[in-house]
Design a protein around this ligand. Sequence first.
Ligand SMILES: [Zn+2]
Length: 365
Amino acid sequence: MKIIINPGHWNLIKGHPDSGASGTLVDGVRVMERDRTGVIARLVANLLPALGVDVELYPYPDDGFLPELDAIGTHARNEQVALLCAIHCDASPGSGGRSGASAYFDQTKPGSQEVGAALSAAIAASMGIPDLGSIVQYMTGVCGGNPNCTLSIHRLSRAGDGLPGVLSILVECGYVDNANDAATLQRHPQLAAQGIVNGLQQYFNLSPAIIVPDPDYAVYAAATIVNPTFHQMLQNAGSPAYDEVDDCYQVCLDNGVNPAVALAFFALESNYGTDPGAVDFKNWGNLSDPDTGQLLSYDAWALGLRDWCNHFRLPPYSTENLNTISQIVPVYRPSSASGTIDGYNRYIMSLHDLIKGWQAQAVAM
Ligand SMILES: [Zn+2]
């Protein structure tokens, strides 16, 4: 399922940048709608993959690409997404700053009012502000209350040009000119983001899913870490395996394993062998005896590593073709991942970040 998140005001209107609302001062900084929608949208994009959602930010804040406002609905229709969700913050100039979360729905689309109600309630609950509900909005000032004249993200995501319409909603995450809402938006934007995610989870009945990182590194693959970096990491960590460092790197290559993947597991499983007691077992990835469930013990780190390198050639990895970090972690069930989807996702992303970091170092050398 794919959702497009549109950070409000990261677009052009008739060729000119759209600036959004300007709010009150918080901690000496003026709270700007356009800045907050970019921050909240990026946080939402980080959270949604763990619910199995393929998420696109359109446009991506700060990357310099500003489409015309009208292009957003059209893009969502071209992509045939499950939802186009525009993120905004409200303002009520002259009124002293109302407070609350709301959503503007498209009355021509089944589900739009309901997804708006779910989002408005969840954002309000997460931010601790009033729920102003799901509201239909005609562009009264522009075209005299004609119900077919509405926000462009709604109008341009309706069926047309031979393409079906897509569900759309615009959420308002509090008021930037209300002192309380603005303080929450500036200091804790993650509350607005979490509210949006909670509302989407409820409306679409989403379950936690295993994250597939990009790239999703494979165990049996070419090295993405050079030997000097491998050395450096074990040395920096004060690893007891440093005495066997060249053997360890070579064991990985001999077994067709990317040494970076092996090293990342070693880091997470035993802090490179420095955890209390680890040196007694020299067990690279804390493998257990399949019959007794007891932690296996080795005479040398390289021997434990050789076993680990071949572990993923055994069932169920071999029979189910599990080779990448997102595929093997839920089966491998590392004890530090706590046996939950969230735990596996944290573990997978930690592996990914380590491996990617070492790859960058290799390029820099
Ligand atoms: Zn706005």
